[in-house]
Design a protein. Structure first.
Length: 538
């Protein structure tokens, strides 16, 4: 039997659709209710517009407030799209302008709105945590909005300004630091390579120095010109030496605590056995106190001769010691007073047949008074100490010592300064590579008087050329020892010319001459030529 359909097929569509929906509902009831999942809009390049009558139900979004649209009357005001960083300018002929927080806002493609370059200042909207995975990612917040900035590396100026609430000076450069080349003072904290943390700043400093040395005469210190190491009566010889042991690395860290800037400074070079790293400075400073290993208060770094030779003049007190120092500013920027308790390191010379050890029963007590102004710097330093020698299986035999170090630097003009020093004392020979005292079983421990002086000048010929001239003598009273080979007198002469071909790069040549005279009157001298190349970290 055949059936004939007299109505068109489209008349049956409503009924067929109803039957299909009933079948789907029946199949769903058999399988069990399965949750309906919302479409993933994160894969779409732009946010799609969803009609309120859409049958698709999104899961509930728990957030303080979903993106909203606000209507404003604007006159050529940039319209910011916080999701995509798009920026638009509305045509002023339209009365109503829309500023929306999403690409789904109507009017983004309206006539009269044209793309424009982004403005210089953008106010982004913070990302709501519950928006993740449902809308395109918002732009990152500005750096100043972050609660705690991550450590960053800076290269340039402003080291002190980076310290939180820094309201005081943290570094006092040595007087006359703009004349000649200064290898003694610490790098200035301002500028250079700085690493900033959340509440502290680290300055990396130092330099690489290579020395090319030629000795015309015998001297037993090939790397430095130590006149006490000139051998008396040695046969003639020459020597050539290249080294980079004066290369230096420093770490200067500062942070604020209790209204004060706390400083921690560490510096090292390679003047140790086998070119190993050697400690130069390791100290902390806060307020009026300095604790650690650094220049003794008996030293005046500002008056140190600016030689290429690492040792310096025979009278210059260039020693560093472990100490606790207190410094009081009496007149700001002019007058200061320091009091320091320091490691003694008392050195006693004896006959080879005498067995025993040098002793330092008490620390050195050092004080200085320092005055500076725009054209001069002067310091008076006084030292008191006690040392001794302990023979094997016997009590320590003690001796008292003292010293006075007078230093001065005067800038006659901006490009020319002269410096001078007078050193006098008893039992202070170790400050100049000499014994502090001698011990003999017949008369015990006796300190040795010392007198030294130095004069010199530094000239800045031009922006690229500078020179230093230094002469110094040292005299040690050896009558009490009676040792014929003991050093009685030494002298030191240095003259150099330093060229700066580029910023922080130096090349110089220096002539050195020294003499040594022993207690028995025998003497010797030495001549040296040194060429140095220095590259300083910014």
């Amino acid at each position: 039997m055949f059936f004939t359909i007299k109505r068109p097929l489209h008349h049956w569509m409503p009924g067929l659709t109803s039957l299909w929906l009933v079948a789907c509902l029946f199949a769903s009831s058999v399988r069990g209710d399965e949750p309906k999942t919302a479409p993933d809009f994160t894969s779409l390049p732009e946010l799609m517009t969803i009609s309120p009558a859409s049958p698709i139900a999104l899961p509930p979004i728990t957030q303080p407030e979903s993106p909203t649209m606000t209507w404003q009357h604007l006159d050529s005001v940039p319209i910011k799209n916080s999701f995509t960083d798009s920026h638009w300018t509305a045509d002023p002929s339209n009365d109503a302008r829309l500023e929306a927080s999403g690409n789904d806002a109507p009017g983004n493609d309206a006539s009269g709105i044209q793309p424009q370059p982004p403005p210089s200042t953008v106010t982004p909207i913070p990302t709501a945590p519950s928006m993740a995975g449902r809308f395109p990612v918002m732009p990152a917040m500005l750096q100043e909005d972050l609660p705690a900035p991550s450590p960053s590396i800076l290269f340039g100026t402003g080291g002190v300004a980076l310290l939180p609430d820094n309201n005081g000076p943290t570094q006092a450069a040595s007087f006359g630091s703009g004349v000649g080349v200064d290898f003694y003072s610490e790098p200035l904290f301002e500028g250079g390579l700085l690493i900033r943390g959340t509440d502290a700043v680290l300055k990396i400093g130092g330099y690489v120095k290579t020395d090319f040395i030629y000795d015309f005469d015998p001297i037993d210190s090939p790397d430095t010109f130590i006149t006490t190491e000139i051998p008396v009566g040695a046969p003639p010889r020459t020597n050539y030496r290249i080294h980079a042991r004066q290369t230096r690395l420093s770490l200067d860290t500062r942070w604020r605590t209790g209204g004060e800037t706390l400083k921690m400074y560490v510096e090292a070079d390679f003047f140790s056995d086998g070119d190993r790293l050697r400690l130069r400075h390791a100290y902390g400073n806060v307020g009026e106190f300095t604790i650690g290993h650094t220049w003794t208060a008996f030293t005046d770094v500002a008056a140190a001769p600016r030689t290429l030779d690492f040792e310096g003049s025979v009278s210059s007190v260039n020693r560093r010691k472990a100490l606790i120092r207190w410094k009081r500013i009496l007149v700001p920027d002019h007058l200061s007073w320091s009091l320091s308790i320091e490691d003694a390191l008392f050195v006693v010379e004896t006959l080879p047949s005498v067995l025993g050890e040098s002793r330092s029963p008490v620390p050195d007590l050092v004080t200085n008074l320092r005055y500076t102004n725009d054209w001069t710097s002067s310091q008076v330093a006084v030292l008191f100490r006690e040392g001794g020698f302990q023979p094997l299986d016997q009590q320590t035999v003690r001796g008292d010592g003292w010293g006075v170090n007078l230093t001065s630097v005067v800038a006659l003009i901006d490009e020319f300064q002269v410096y001078s020093q007078i050193l006098v004392g008893d039992g202070i020979g170790s400050f100049r590579s000499l014994p502090d005292a001698v011990y003999d079983p017949s008369f015990g421990t006796v300190t040795q008087p010392l007198f030294g002086w130095m004069v010199g000048c530094t000239v800045q010929w031009s922006e690229k050329y500078s020179s230093n001239f230094t002469y110094a003598e040292n005299t040690l009273d050896t009558q009490v020892s009676g040792f014929a080979n003991d050093v009685a007198e030494t002298s030191y002469l240095a003259a150099n010319l330093i060229w700066s071909p580029a910023k922080r790069v130096y090349a110089g040549v220096e002539y050195l001459y020294g003499t040594r005279q022993n207690a028995d009157g025998a003497s010797a001298d030495a001549n040296r030529l040194q060429f140095s190349i220095v590259c300083v970290l910014p």
